[in-house]
Design a protein around this ligand. Structure first.
Ligand SMILES: Cc1cc2nc3c(=O)[nH]c(=O)nc-3n(C[C@H](O)[C@H](O)[C@H](O)COP(=O)(O)OP(=O)(O)OC[C@H]3O[C@@H](n4cnc5c(N)ncnc54)[C@H](O)[C@@H]3O)c2cc1C
Length: 249
């Protein structure tokens, strides 16, 4: 039987830097956390594996904020503000923000252009003095004897390095840092089922008037296909106006 593991020799690795706050992940959570930390006067570093901010909102083509609004006694209004407003204003200034639209006829979501989101988030963080380390994959932690995280290990094109922090915030969306630090976690329903997958894709050159209420017609077509014997991992397609500069506001 060939061996299943190999011993990696211990080695000294360079120190990238020492920070009061180190944030892993540059999605909406990481953006808000790092801006808040920098505003509190902390020397802050945000570490992101890709070369841009926005997390799934940009990398996975989510293209709308759903969750900023709520139905308050029958009135749909924006209830999340703070850093979100500052990000929205910057995206809007770049011409990349649509007026809120209704989703499933129930709640408002606000569509944006992903390139504008990336630029707006850069501007927001750099304006607050947050340092950003792009193209760096968090790969593990070094623990202190008191079971606190002493350093985050990152893999970059320049090699492996360590970020020392007084406080670490896990905004990886996957709980990577927390898991490396030994925090307990559960996966899905514990019986192998995880969150269902969603495929986001973008269609250009659509006449929004002719497309109409596609969020109603597409699910109806899917129901029809199901009756014919087709199967889908998820029912209920959603559509949202994107490319803010060409969509009606
Ligand atoms: C397909 C899909 C459709 C969705 N639809 C909607 C929608 O229509 N409207 C809506 O509002 N929300 C939607 N969501 C949910 C929304 O995207 C998430 O709630 C939101 O992105 C969570 O933000 P986050 O910052 O916690 O994590 P994420 O957005 O996941 O950001 C995590 C960041 O951490 C980085 N990262 C992860 N691990 C590491 C590591 N080890 N080292 C370095 N960097 C790392 C990632 O690259 C990413 O940039 C959707 C999500 C998906 C995936």
């Amino acid at each position: 039987m060939p061996p299943k593991t190999i011993e990696e020799p211990a080695r000294q690795i360079p120190l990238y830097g020492e920070y009061e706050v180190a944030v892993l992940g540059g999605g909406p959570a990481g953006i808000a956390a790092s801006v808040a930390a920098a505003r509190a006067g902390k020397r802050t570093l945000l570490i992101e594996r890709y070369g841009f901010l926005g997390g799934m909102g940009t990398a996975a083509g989510v293209t709308n904020f759903c969750g900023l609004h709520a139905n308050v006694h029958g009135e749909i209004r924006q209830v999340v503000h703070g850093v979100a407003d500052e990000l929205l204003a910057r995206i809007d200034r770049l011409g990349g923000l649509n007026a809120p639209h209704m989703v499933f006829g129930k709640i408002a979501a606000q569509a944006y252009d992903t390139a504008a989101y990336k630029c707006a988030a850069d501007d927001l963080l750099l304006g607050q003095g947050v340092e950003i380390l792009f193209h760096a994959l968090g790969a593990g932690v070094v623990m202190d004897i008191d079971e606190t995280v002493r350093a985050l290990i990152v893999e970059t094109k320049s090699g492996r390095a360590a970020v020392i922090g007084r406080m670490f915030i896990d905004c990886s969306g996957d709980g990577d840092l927390a898991a490396w630090a030994g925090a307990p976690f559960e996966l899905g329903d514990g019986a192998g089922s995880m969150l269902y997958p969603t495929m986001m894709f973008r269609v250009n050159g659509v006449d929004p008037a002719a497309a109409g209420e596609a969020w109603k017609t597409i699910p109806a077509l899917m129901d029809e296909a199901t009756r014919r014997g087709e199967t889908f991992p998820r029912k209920g397609a959603r559509t949202q106006p994107n490319g803010a500069s060409t969509s009606p506001r």
